[in-house]
Ligand binder design. Sequence first.
Ligand SMILES: C[S@@+](CC[C@H](N)C(=O)[O-])C[C@H]1O[C@@H](n2cnc3c(N)ncnc32)[C@H](O)[C@@H]1O
Length: 299
Amino acid sequence: MNKETTYVPPIKIQGKKTQLVNFILENLPKEFETWVEPFMGSGVVGFNVKPKKAIFADSNPHIVNFYNAIKNKEINHLIVKKFLQEQGKILAEKGQDYYNQIRERFNKDHQPLDFLFLNRSCFNGMIRFNRKLEFNVPYGHKPERFAQAYVTKITNQVKQVAFLIENNEWNFICQDFKETIQLAKENDLIYCDPPYIGRHVDYYDSWDEQNEFDLENTLQNCGAKFMLSTWHSNQYRKNTYLESLWKNYEIATTSHFYHLGGKEENRNAVTEALILNYKTVPKQEFVKPPVYQQLILKI
Ligand SMILES: C[S@@+](CC[C@H](N)C(=O)[O-])C[C@H]1O[C@@H](n2cnc3c(N)ncnc32)[C@H](O)[C@@H]1O
């Protein structure tokens, strides 16, 4: 795969691994049967791996409904285009009131097009649900959000993923990670990207130490190959679970920089880890940022 053409899916989510896709691709085993992704989020990782067979799962039903709606042809890029053009026009006129109206409608009817609309016009493209299972992210305050270029971009994202779904055997399931991992067979590859411990995000997306232990235990007993994304370290802290719970596995790392402000000294290096239960070709120590890291540096 060409390193510069990472496919970006239509749904945005905090913690998405768009910038790490190439690193993950570099660490894939040579062969596997079915791609099993228990924490699919936006789906960006599996969608770029493009496996013939895949199980994509998540505890958030709205993500799964959205992709099932594409798979069932309930929505396609033309429907998305028309919807966003029409709704975007009203948003441009009415602003926040209209956003709130769609949010209310979504919390009643749970329609995938409303989910997309909210996800692409809310504050920071976040997904957050309260205990009453209501989407509660405020308006992003960009009334011109659905300008033509943005609608075209989203429309193309939907078109591409619809093509991939149609031409492969992919299933989308809403369930807990343990059930998904149990579906994996010996020749399958599981890719896990659980939420980070202690960073409670929302009702569907919380994670504590017990979850991390359960995950390790379920993976250890599943018999399939697995890879798991987590953080390794930043300038202040390191992930101590790598030296305890995950110490018996292979660990690959990559570093990139988050830019806080324009000054050179405000670049913060973060090291990301991939935990593997199989060996890959040893990777050279980080010397020169690969293409995707250079892209981050320029932002
Ligand atoms: C860090 S995000 C995954 C991001 C994804 N890899 C991407 O690049 O877009 C974690 C995901 O795990 C899901 N999740 C949280 N707890 C879960 C659980 N117990 N079982 C299944 N999915 C869960 C969340 O809804 C969220 O979508």
